[in-house]
Design a protein around this ligand. Structure first.
Ligand SMILES: Nc1ncnc2c1ncn2[C@@H]1O[C@H](COP(=O)(O)OP(=O)(O)OP(=O)(O)O)[C@@H](O)[C@H]1O
Length: 319
């Protein structure tokens, strides 16, 4: 099922049922003040006469492994926090069915750019975004797009696992229920089972679905959060340092899962770990001081970067 992220002409949403009584973003419950911020704040009118990029299948890796068509296209994206500019004219094509890693020193704008993709920057009162983010050619920064529906289409996984204080079952069923994906009990059970299986968690929780999600280990909680995101059938999954709070074994499981999920989704991961970027991604984008310095097949970025700054960063000279 593909969500229609656009509001209908009368202002109601064009997608599935979207109750406004439960503020949430990327599957995460939000304080009301944040969730109720007007969606229109970020609308931008910037000249953009380039069409959405063509979507040929082209190599993702230097040895020619194919990648999917372009899913997310960013054009001249800048972000300001008050008077301070955090991101400068970032243009980047992000392919489908591929893992793209964002790397760069602390404060270079990786998370800021990630949050542009599902309009999470809307939740930061002083943030202002200009430029275009297109998903399958649709500009996400227009009045017509409902950010809540957008965030179902573009799921997000955070650094710290954030299951709801509900049962394992309810954590996963929550999204499909509020989006009106199904009202049938048996269908919901199927969705929950399928999502937990895809997230590699089913075997570990099948016999305790009605126990609290918060009772799971950190790594299991992170896979539960991924199952929750998957349950609403997103097209893009954004991960902001998803393993930084996990031990090496839990990290390995999440990395394995990311590798499996890329067959189906466009995945973008922010990571501080160069080794992780090398292990899980096929494409890498290197940011420095708010600018996208270079991007390309991960292997090329790590073995033969074009820019001196990239070389210095990956060899540990700064960062
Ligand atoms: N909510 C905010 N309010 C004000 N400034 C912010 C906010 N979020 C980020 N910034 C600033 O924007 C810049 C980019 O921050 P961002 O978090 O995107 O970088 P990052 O590369 O993801 O860093 P890290 O790797 O440390 O998470 C930094 O200078 C940061 O201080």
């Amino acid at each position: 099922m593909k969500f229609n992220i656009f509001r209908s002409a009368n202002g109601s949403e064009g997608g599935p049922k979207d109750p406004t009584d439960v503020p949430r973003m990327g599957g995460q419950v939000l304080p009301h003040a944040e969730a109720e911020r007007p969606a229109e704040r970020q609308d931008v009118e910037i000249g953009f006469d380039q069409p959405a990029p063509e979507t040929p299948v082209r190599p993702a890796t230097s040895d020619g492994e194919p990648m999917g068509p372009i899913k997310v296209a960013a054009r001249d994206v800048s972000v300001f926090y008050g008077d301070k500019q955090a991101l400068y004219d970032v243009s980047l094509d992000i392919p489908d069915k591929t893992v793209t890693a964002f790397i760069g020193p602390s404060g270079c704008g990786k998370s800021t750019f990630l949050r542009c993709i599902n309009r999470m920057n809307d939740t930061i009162p002083i943030a202002r975004v200009s430029g275009k983010i297109l998903i399958d050619g649709d500009d996400v920064n227009t009045r017509a797009v409902d950010p809540v529906l957008l965030r179902a289409r573009v799921g997000m996984v955070f650094q710290k696992p954030n299951p709801f204080p509900k049962s394992i079952f309810e954590n996963v069923a929550y999204g499909p229920r509020i989006h009106g994906i199904t009202e049938s009990k048996s269908e919901m059970e199927e969705i929950v089972e399928r999502s937990l299986k895809r997230a590699g968690l089913w075997e570990e929780v099948a016999d305790r679905l009605h126990q609290p999600g918060t009772g799971l280990s950190g790594g299991q909680q992170q896979r539960l959060v991924i199952a929750r995101a998957i349950a609403v059938e997103p097209e893009v999954i954004l991960m902001d340092e998803p393993c930084s709070a996990l031990d090496p074994i839990a990290t390995a499981k999440i990395e394995e899962l990311i590798d499996e999920l890329r067959e189906q989704y466009c995945i973008v991961i922010v990571t501080h770990s160069m080794a992780q970027a090398a292990r899980v991604s096929q494409r890498t984008a290197f940011f420095h001081m708010g600018r996208l310095v270079e991007h390309g097949p991960t292997e090329e970025i790590f073995t033969n970067p074009r820019e001196r700054r990239t070389l210095d960063y990956i060899t540990g000279r700064f960062g």
